[in-house]
Design a protein around this ligand. Structure first.
Ligand SMILES: Cc1cc2nc3c(=O)[nH]c(=O)nc-3n(C[C@H](O)[C@H](O)[C@H](O)COP(=O)(O)O)c2cc1C
Length: 206
C-alpha cells in the first residue's frame, strides 16, 4: 500500500516536472555550426484583425500566389503567431502535451530552407529554392514532429490553424497540404523518427 502511494507520488512528480519544463529545445537536431543565420525583427504582438473577423475570413487559397517574398516583419509575425514563445517561462502560442514542444517549424523561402528559432531568427538547413516542389507561394511552412507520437497530429494541427488565422488577419493566402510533405525527406536535420507531417503554403495572392 505504502509502496503504491510512493510509486504514484514519484510518477506524479515526474509528470509535473515535465509539464513545468522551460522551453528547452530538446527537439532540435544539431545544425552545422557555421550555418547561415538570419535575424528577424521582434514580432509585433499588437494590432491585427479582431479574432472573430479572422475566424470569419479563414479559408484555403490554392491558386494565384505571386511568389513575392513577405516583408521581414510579416515573416517574423507569422512565425511567432504559429509557434513563437509567448510567455517568460518559454511556453508558446500553441499548446503541447506535457509542454514537451515536440514540433519543429521550417520555412522554405526563395533562398533556402530555414529552421525557426524562437529568439526571432532563422538558421539555414538547406540551400536552394524548394518552394515550387512544396506547393508554391511566398513561402512554405513545414511542420515536423515524431511520426509515431500519438500527439503529433494534434500539435501540427494547432500550429497550422495559428498560421491560417494569422494569414486571414494579414490578408495573406494560405493552404495546408499533405501531398508535398515528403518532398524533403532525408534532407532536413531532424531527430530520429521525426518527419515533416504536413506543409502550408503562405503568400501574397495576386
Ligand atoms: C490535414 C489536411 C490535409 C490537406 N491536404 C491537402 C492536399 O494535399 N492538397 C490540397 O489541395 N488541399 C489539402 N488540404 C486543404 C483542404 O482541401 C481544405 O482545407 C478543405 O477543402 C476545406 O477548405 P477551407 O480550408 O477553405 O475551409 C488539406 C487540409 C488539411 C487540414
Amino acid at each position: 500500500m505504502i509502496r503504491n502511494i510512493r510509486r504514484n507520488l514519484a510518477l506524479f512528480l515526474s509528470l509535473a516536472s515535465l509539464a513545468l519544463l522551460p522551453a528547452a529545445p530538446v527537439n532540435a537536431a544539431p545544425v552545422d555550426a557555421g550555418a547561415p543565420r538570419m535575424e528577424l525583427p521582434a514580432p509585433d504582438k499588437t494590432g491585427g484583425m479582431p479574432l472573430m473577423q479572422a475566424f470569419a475570413q479563414r479559408h484555403s487559397t490554392k491558386k494565384g500566389y505571386s511568389g513575392a517574398p513577405l516583408p521581414a516583419q510579416q515573416l517574423s509575425d507569422l512565425l511567432w503567431a504559429t509557434w513563437g514563445v509567448n510567455r517568460e517561462d518559454g511556453r508558446r502560442t500553441a499548446p503541447s502535451a506535457l509542454n514537451r514542444q515536440e514540433v519543429q517549424v521550417f520555412v522554405a523561402l526563395e533562398n533556402g530552407v530555414w529552421r525557426y528559432e524562437t529568439a526571432h531568427a532563422l538558421v539555414k538547413v538547406l540551400d536552394g529554392d524548394w518552394r515550387s516542389k512544396l506547393g508554391g507561394g511566398s513561402l512554405v511552412l513545414l511542420f515536423a514532429a515524431p511520426a509515431a507520437n500519438k500527439w503529433s497530429g494534434m500539435h501540427v494541427g494547432s500550429l497550422y490553424q495559428n498560421a491560417g488565422l494569422f494569414c486571414a488577419s494579414a490578408g495573406l493566402g494560405n493552404y495546408v497540404h499533405a501531398s508535398n510533405a515528403s518532398a524533403l525527406d532525408g534532407k532536413l536535420p531532424l531527430p530520429d523518427g521525426w518527419s515533416v507531417l504536413i506543409a502550408q503554403t503562405v503568400g501574397i495572392v495576386q
